[in-house]
Design a protein around this ligand. Structure first.
Ligand SMILES: [Zn+2]
Length: 437
């Protein structure tokens, strides 16, 4: 396939029109200046469009997609009880398939081509199979993190002495090598929620299966009380295979250890600020050299689908923090703390490396062809051409979406699945459950 005549967003001033050449396998083979070749069946005219690289959301509970807004005024404990507990426990395996498929499509419509799906609705083996199958059928790149059941949450999340469900071994066997687009990982509890023997066993299981392991950590008071990173380090368990989500209330000493170990940190600014997890971990981005950080949306029940918004929120929060420090020193802030487009690319590069799904933060030869085409009319003026800050782009302007070399959406129409039917089905499920809570 060739996408012709597009302007490519690479962080600098927008220049010439380009043609993006894509192989059968979905890899970008060449990017050339637009010529005058004939059009054929495999040629898409991107005239008037800006190509933005496919985004990487490094932490999202995809199954919450049909319940938008339900937790927008909830603090952490209420959210855990009503959403992660009550709602999640009422969803059957068959329903989960459609709910997850719908959730992945919602990601794609927001320009996201790669998502870390932290699935804590593994209520049975059938639920795990259904959710992973949806990941496979979605066409997106998914790091599918098999986590806990939503039934009997107390048993899994309060000083738990229960190890990770061994069904993950079967899941890795079934889905681990089916496609280059889906990888199975472990969504483990970590020291704030499970005893150390359990954490050791879980991490050892993940290592034996050669899969990544992700945990929520540094959450609210739990981070302050438990010193979770110190615990992991003391037991020799802090390694680069870990993805540490949130990190709000870790100490400077702990974050230095995280930086040295090379773990991937994921910050989900909106959910953290709302639910009382603590300040987003921007201070560690500023103070720990080489920290591998990334951004996620977290809970669709209170955050919108927009990863561009989450990136923007964290960028400005980071700038505010650094500027504030300068002021505290009785100096005048004169240097921009982080250039916006550099921040945009950095926010995804570490996540892509961790996921190991051959996705790139850039539209580049050799990587999977993942990008969204934004209608150009809305912002094709000389000023924006020279200063194309990423956060002026609005998802509503996405016309065409290419994921792994295939047209997922074209001229506003979703092509991978019967979206209308899926949305209706999922709407009925959500309505049924909402009547019970
Ligand atoms: Zn989460």
């Amino acid at each position: 396939m060739i996408i012709k005549n597009v302007h490519i967003f690479d962080g600098g001033p927008i220049t010439n029109r380009s043609d993006i050449h894509i192989s059968e396998a979905g890899i970008i083979t060449a990017i050339t200046e637009s010529g005058t070749e004939e059009y054929g069946p495999d040629v898409v005219n991107g005239e008037g469009m800006l190509a933005l690289p496919g985004l990487t959301d490094a932490h999202r509970h995809v199954w919450q997609a049909p319940f938008k807004g339900v937790a927008s005024d909830m603090m952490l404990l209420e959210y855990l009880d009503k959403v992660a507990g009550n709602i999640a426990s009422q969803i059957s395996a068959e329903e989960l398939y459609y709910i997850n498929l719908y959730g992945y499509i919602q990601c794609a419509l927001a320009g996201i081509a790669t998502v870390f799906d932290w699935s804590h609705i593994m209520n049975s083996a059938e639920h795990a199979d259904a959710a992973a199958q949806a990941a496979l059928d979605s066409g997106l790149n998914v790091l599918f993190l098999h986590a806990t059941s939503a039934i009997e949450r107390e048993k899994y999340w309060n000083h738990s002495i229960t190890r990770h469900d061994r069904y993950i071994e079967a899941l890795v066997k079934k889905f681990g090598n089916m496609t280059p687009n889906v990888r199975i990982g472990m969504g483990m509890r970590g020291p704030e929620f499970a005893v150390m023997d359990v954490n050791r066993a879980d991490i050892e299981l993940a290592r034996a299966l050669q899969i990544p392991a992700s945990m929520h950590i540094g959450c609210s008071l739990l981070g302050k009380i438990n010193k979770p990173v110190m615990q992991l380090a003391e037991h020799g368990l802090l390694t680069e295979t870990l993805n540490l989500v949130h990190c709000n209330t870790l100490s400077q000493e702990e974050m230095t250890l995280v930086g040295k170990a090379g773990c991937l940190v994921t910050i989900t600014p909106e959910a953290e600020m709302q639910t009382g997890l603590g300040e987003p971990a921007a201070r560690f981005m500023a103070d720990v050299p080489g920290l591998k950080w990334s951004v996620g949306t977290d809970i669709p029940t209170s955050s919108t689908d927009s990863l561009l918004f989450q990136q923007r929120l964290l960028l400005q929060y980071y700038r505010s923090l650094v500027n504030h420090r300068v002021l505290e020193n009785m100096e005048f802030p004169v240097q921009i703390p982080y250039a916006s487009n550099q921040f945009f690319f950095d926010s995804m590069e570490n996540a892509n490396a961790y996921a190991d799904l051959n996705t790139s933060a850039h539209i580049a030869v050799g990587s999977k062809a993942c990008f969204s085409l934004f209608k150009w009319d809305a912002f094709s003026n000389e000023v924006f051409l020279r200063n194309p800050a990423f956060y002026y782009l609005q998802e509503a302007c996405i016309d065409t979406i290419v994921i792994n070399g295939k047209l997922a959406r074209h001229r506003g129409e979703w092509l991978f699945h019967d979206l209308e039917n899926i949305a209706m089905r999922v709407g009925d499920i959500a309505a049924r459950i909402m009547r019970t809570i």
